[in-house]
Design a binder for this molecule. Structure first.
Ligand code: NYM
Ligand code: MG
Length: 192
């Protein structure tokens, strides 16, 4: 029987190198284990909802903060079935931003964290979160935005991203390799 794929998530502020590390880990998994691996990113700007988000992000068109939050969240919900299909069929996914970005960006506008997070409840849960941290304390604090309760289930790894691409990816590959087999044995989680 095919083993399930893992859901690996990268979070962190803009320009810390998430996309580079997503690509690097995707290659590492495909090459070292010869397993099907796909990278995804949120927002997924290719869907109709994603196009509205893209317009908002590019032109800063005005939108109510909660309406915007719900669109970002819907953009994940519309991917839910395909995420589960990929995982169940044995494809690993390496994802650039997910629910934690959604909560952090909206909560930073002063909107209740629990309200923000409630929209995410029921989505597939990542197996590992690599949090790429640039300026140690501040960035870590930001990533924790309402984060303590969310950190309980998936395993969060805070990675110092203020190093060369290779140093960062070596650490990520090591953690991934160490955790891979035990995570694969766990059932796919659901955000609570
Ligand atoms: N963003 C991203 C949100 O505000 N909420 C979300 O749920 C997600 C997934 O979109 N500045 C913000 C964070 C980024 C912006 O993301 C675009 P990217 O990774 O640059 O495409
Ligand atoms: Mg980016």
């Amino acid at each position: 029987m095919t083993k399930r794929g893992l859901f690996i998530l990268f979070e962190g502020a803009d320009r810390v190198g998430k996309s580079t590390q997503v690509q690097s880990l995707t290659n590492h998994i495909s090459n070292s284990r010869n397993l099907p691996t796909k990278s995804l990113r949120f927002p997924d700007r290719t869907t109709p909802i994603g196009q509205i988000l893209n317009q908002y992000l590019q032109n800063s068109t005005n939108m109510d903060d909660r309406a915007l939050h719900l669109l970002f969240s819907s953009n994940r919900w519309e991917a839910k079935d395909s995420i589960l299909e990929l995982l169940n069929s044995g494809t690993n996914i390496v994802v650039d931003r997910y629910s934690y970005s959604g909560v952090a960006y909206t909560a930073a506008k002063g909107i209740d964290v629990d309200w923000c997070y409630s929209c995410e409840s029921g989505l597939p849960e990542p197996d590992i979160v690599f949090y790429l941290s640039m300026s140690t304390e501040d960035a870590t604090k930001r990533g924790d935005y309402g984060g303590e309760r969310y950190e309980k289930r998936p395993s969060w790894k805070v990675i110092n991203a203020n190093r060369t691409v290779e140093e960062v990816s070596n650490e990520i590959n090591q953690i991934f390799d160490f955790e891979f087999e035990s995570l694969q044995k766990k059932p796919i989680g659901t955000l609570k």
